[in-house]
Design a protein around this ligand. Structure first.
Ligand code: SF4
Length: 249
């Protein structure tokens, strides 16, 4: 995850979609992000696309505070994909430490090898090329294209899906697996302007991570409380199918 730099023109200029709620949501959440974004190493310019990609692999199933030290060690040892690609895969697993789900280390190593072989050692900018790398799915390709390259893609992680479910759909939790309706909603809410869209992706994700959390959401300090469908409906309890266990929110 990273915070793309603020667009030179105000995001107020691009209404972006047909949904009447889209513009006030975009404006309010991006304004909140401007003030409240965490300073994380993969959001700094020096992280570059490789730093963003490494962080996305690590953050898939592990919380930020556990990722931070391993991320720093990893980038110090392998500052470019080609540095990792030269190592044996077992070294990647060893360096993964206690992050859990070490298969991710092997997948990241495989992606580094493919980047070295197919892309001259540079993380590709093109979404389809990112998606074609081993170990990279829809979410990670969109996240890297958006956070590393400032492109316009719906980025639907568990945090964003929860925010959209509550604020727009008016239910407590999103479905267990991402649906076509959620993808459509994400496209509807996406600002037209590329850089604003990338900022919106990071901002809506941060709101879900810090305020609209899975349990004990902090509506009293939420910037979109006055717009939130679930809050306005009196926060009805989840009545869908039983929720799958979540590793973390
Ligand atoms: S008002 Fe509450 S439920 Fe709605 S988006 Fe904000 S934190 Fe989430």
């Amino acid at each position: 995850m990273t915070a793309p730099t603020k667009p030179p023109h105000s995001h107020r200029a691009d209404a972006g979609s047909d949904a009447p709620l889209a513009l006030p949501l975009q404006e309010t959440v991006i304004d909140w992000f401007d003030e409240n974004a965490r300073d994380l190493p993969w959001r700094r310019p020096e992280a570059g696309p490789w730093g963003v990609m490494v962080s996305e692999f690590m953050l898939q199933q592990t919380p930020v505070n556990r990722v931070l030290p391993i991320y720093e060690q990893w980038l110090a040892r392998w500052p470019r994909p080609a540095d990792l690609a030269k190592e044996a895969p077992g070294e990647a697993v060893r360096a993964w430490g206690r992050l859990g789900y070490p298969r991710r280390a092997l997948r990241l190593h495989g992606a580094a090898v493919a980047i070295a072989e197919r892309h001259g050692g540079d993380v590709p900018t093109d979404h389809a090329q990112l998606l074609a790398l081993p170990g990279i799915g829809e979410y990670t390709a969109a996240a890297v294209a958006s956070f590393a390259y400032g492109q316009r893609h719906p980025v639907l992680d568990t945090n964003v899906r929860r925010v959209f479910a509550r604020a727009v759909t008016g239910v407590q939790y999103p479905p267990n697996a991402t649906t076509a309706a959620e993808r459509k909603l994400a496209r509807t809410l996406l600002p037209d302007d590329e850089r604003t869209a990338a900022r919106w992706a990071a901002a809506s994700m941060e709101l879900g991570a810090l305020v609209c959390t899975a349990k004990n959401e902090s509506c009293h300090r939420c910037p979109i409380a006055a717009l939130c469908a679930w809050q306005l409906a009196g926060k009805p309890e989840h009545d869908g199918p039983p929720r799958r266990g979540q590793t973390y929110a």
